[in-house]
Design a protein around this ligand. Structure first.
Ligand SMILES: [Zn+2]
Length: 794
């Protein structure tokens, strides 16, 4: 047990008589205390890497909530008044990220006002500095003005953070508590500064921004706080969950109500347990070991934008949970997560979880669904019961191995079922076409386009090709079943068994897919044969994508994302890159290397697309920024970099390793990280084991430095001359690099074709032209720079 957890056990639970709802209401209805307003000079507040100076102005504290003052406002509302905030990101990548938004690698801003929310000792810290300067005096008259002016802002912000604040106020005071500042700056507009000790990367600065009516949270910088950098603590999970039993009813109006039971074992004593659920679900009556527990569900847009669309809610058991004991939680929850796209086509909205989750933890699932008998409902696991009872159909499934999340889908389906060895593939197709795909569409409920909010596990991979005439959603059913089965078999032969032996494929409107364990959502476009006219007018890769890549990509997530997993937004690219490249391997096997290269070319073109400032999409930031790349600055970047550059990164590793070592590397990744989290750096080390030796970059540090942790797509040119006569010939070449930073470097293969054989000379590029010599016994027939897509280049 690490030091901080040990300390937490010694602290008593706070002496607060009210309920969580009382606290949350007090937060929402909080106001400023006119008797706690001060004229202040030269106060300093240091929160790890965040330094705040209240140089000259007024400071007012809020009234206490649960016995603690949790908010303040500083206003530089005096002649020459000033406040200053300084934040220095600790590494180059974060300085670059910050500079992309505020034109400076460090944040040093003079602000007019700052609203603070905190659950640590910030009140005491500020109060203790007041006596140092005799001019720091109480100013209740100014307090009245500030109270009037700022209380609406305080309440608004408090409502955004109410669940998170209540979690701190009710729980044992682990570490130092949340600190959130809303800064009102003349230069930068309103922006947020957060220190959240519950996050793996505790310090965050960013801003809500709109672009073309979409709302984004632009993360300027996000990093591990100073103390945690010095004393890294192993990642901890306060609660372990196992054994989900969900009993759900889909009503004729498509509302869903469910009872979710799950076993919960806290690792520390806990008075309050955090869970996540979709914003569309409401959690009602909840019990812990049969005794009623209190629920606090927030509605916090700002906070949820930072939490990938999920809504934090709190369970407050009748008495604190004890470390190491297992409890049964039972939640009643209901809401509308099923949407009607018209003509008996339905889909489950993918934003957030439809049932309560505490992080994504591997657990067994027993899922019972009751739903209108004229529909089909599919979910993870093997069917153990399937019957009808008057107007209802009842289906129960059980998983045969632990999974991290269970999805479901329903519709009026036609099925095609195939068994291949130990695996069963069940492909469902809608009997009817959704209205938006019918030519001359009538008005219909169109699913939300996959842009705007950061999401997880959704693959908005392509633009829809045009569809003409009335297509039939059943026409590819049989062939899709055999294709999914082939992809599953192909991948199982390379990576071992999939997440579950039973895989169901079901349609979803839109242009994307999603791969849950044992259940795939596929764009309804993947079910259609695109007509010849449409084929001519759409890009060749759109067709390849919908026919071959999308299903194989989602199938590949049975391994990448559902067996091998990641723990940070910085590593999620790896699951997408491996899933997409696995799909490209399958595409290559089916249709040849040319198809794979066409896809790579289209990814490169998307990365080279320019924005209004003439910058290419790739320059938005390195792939490890994950969903942070989906910002108001370049909304296309997240998709193009994650899927496109991700695929190129894996392709470049393959070209350096050679096919057999590359496939062994993938198999070893699946084996070594089975039901474990892999980080980007774990993957670098593993991949390096499969490089041919000797290697110019034996730990792949240069490769990852440029392609994974950096940006840039070079132009490479080769010039060469052949000197001497056989058998003492010398090929003298020059490799020239342009279009990237001067410290950029990559290995590039030069293929030399001789009579009867081909040799490949790898040359490292640099800012200055690089000259190399290859001794040959015979004159080369052909010399080609990078003929096999081994380098992502212009
Ligand atoms: Zn994916």
């Amino acid at each position: 047990m690490h030091r901080l957890l040990a300390l937490a056990l010694l602290l008593p639970f706070p002496q607060w008589g009210g309920t969580a709802a009382d606290i949350a209401r007090a937060i929402r209805e909080n106001s400023f205390d006119r008797d706690e307003c001060y004229r202040v000079r030269d106060l300093t507040l240091v929160k790890e890497d965040i330094r705040i100076y209240f140089t000259d102005g007024h400071l007012i504290f809020s009234k206490p909530v649960a016995g603690r003052r949790i908010a303040a406002v500083f206003a530089a509302d005096v002649e020459g008044g000033d406040g200053e905030v300084i934040l220095l990101p600790p590494d180059r990548a974060e300085r670059r990220s910050l500079a992309a938004y505020i034109d400076s690698p460090n944040l040093d801003d003079h602000f007019r006002a700052m609203v603070l929310l905190f659950t640590g000792n910030d009140y005491e810290q500020l109060k203790s500095q007041l006596p140092a300067n005799p001019t720091n005096k109480k100013t209740p008259d100014v307090g009245a003005l500030l109270d009037e002016q700022w209380t609406p802002v305080l309440r608004n912000l408090g409502a955004s953070f109410q669940a998170r604040l209540t979690l701190d106020l009710l729980g044992p005071s682990r570490r130092t508590g949340l600190f959130a500042a809303l800064v009102s700056s003349g230069k930068l507009g309103n922006f947020d500064l957060i220190y959240d000790p519950e996050s793996a990367e505790q310090v965050l600065a960013g801003q809500l921004a709109t672009r073309e009516d979409n709302l984004y949270f632009d993360t300027w910088t996000n990093f591990t706080a100073r103390s945690a950098r010095k004393n890294p603590a192993p990642p901890h999970q306060d609660v372990a969950v196992r054994d989900y039993r969900i009993d759900a009813t889909v009503n004729p109006d498509f509302s869903l109500n469910a009872i979710t039971r799950v076993k919960v074992k806290p690792r520390i004593d806990m008075a309050v347990v955090p869970f996540d659920i979709s914003l569309q679900m409401t959690v009602g009556e909840t019990t812990v070991d049969g005794r009623p527990a209190e629920i606090l569900q927030g509605d916090s847009l700002r906070f949820n934008l930072m939490r990938n669309g999920n809504n934090l809610f709190l369970v407050i058991p009748p008495e604190p949970l004890r470390a190491g004991r297992e409890y049964e939680f039972a939640f009643h929850h209901s809401g509308t997560v099923i949407h009607d796209a018209g003509d008996h086509v339905f889909y489950v909205s993918a934003r957030g979880n439809w049932y309560p989750m505490n992080r994504m933890q591997f657990a067994d699932y027993d899922l019972l669904f009751r739903y209108p008998r004229d529909l089909d409902l599919v979910t993870a696991g093997d069917v153990v019961e399937d019957r009808t009872e008057s107007e209802w159909r009842i289906t129960r499934r059980r998983t045969t191995a632990p999974i991290r999340v269970a999805g479901f889908n329903l519709g009026d389906y036609e099925h095609a079922r195939l068994e291949r060895g130990a695996y069963v593939v069940d492909v469902c197709a809608n009997r009817k076409l959704e209205r938006t795909l019918v030519p001359h569409p009538q008005s219909a409920n169109v699913p939300p386009p996959p842009i705007g909010l950061p999401r997880r596990r959704i693959d908005p991979l392509a633009q829809a090709p045009p569809v003409e005439a009335v297509p039939n959603p059943l026409e590819r059913l049989q062939s899709m079943a055999s294709e999914v089965a082939s992809a599953l078999e192909f991948m199982a032969s390379k990576f071992g068994p999939p997440a579950l032996p039973h895989l169901t494929v079901s349609p979803i409107p839109g242009t994307f897919g999603q791969g849950f364990p044992g259940l795939i959502y596929l764009s309804t476009l993947a079910y259609l044969k695109v007509l010849p006219e449409a084929r001519r007018s759409s890009s060749p890769t759109a067709e390849i994508f919908f026919e071959d890549v999308l299903q194989a990509h989602e199938t590949a997530h049975q391994w990448w994302g559902n067996r091998v997993t990641t723990g940070s937004y910085r590593d999620n690219w790896l699951m997408e890159a491996l899933a997409n490249y696995s799909a490209l391997l399958y595409l290559e096997k089916r249709r040849g290397t040319h198809s794979l290269e066409l896809m790579l070319d289209s990814y490169r073109n998307a990365l080279l697309a320019k924005n209004e400032n003439g910058q290419i999409v790739d320059s938005a930031g390195p792939i490890v920024l994950g969903t942070r790349l989906e910002s108001s600055q370049e909304p296309r970047a997240w998709r193009s970099v994650t899927y496109g550059k991700g695929s190129w990164i894996i392709q470049m590793l393959r070209q350096r390793m050679g096919d057999q070592p590359f496939l062994s590397m993938l198999a070893e990744t699946a084996r070594r990280y089975d039901r474990k989290e892999i980080s980007t750096d774990d993957f670098r080390q593993l991949a390096a084991e499969f490089l041919p030796k000797p290697s110019d970059d034996p730990k792949l540090e240069t490769f990852f430095g440029e392609w994974v942790y950096g940006t840039g797509i070079p132009t490479l040119k080769l010039a060469y001359t052949v000197k001497g006569t056989a058998p003492a010939i010398r090929l003298v070449g020059t490799l020239t690099q342009a279009g990237v930073d001067e410290d950029f470097t990559t290995l590039a293969p030069v293929e030399i074709k001789l009579a009867g054989r081909t040799i490949t000379q790898w040359v490292r590029s640099a800012n200055e032209p690089v000259t190399f010599t290859v001794p040959l016994k015979q004159a080369p027939q052909k010399v080609t720079l990078d003929p096999h897509h081994a380098v992502l280049r212009k």
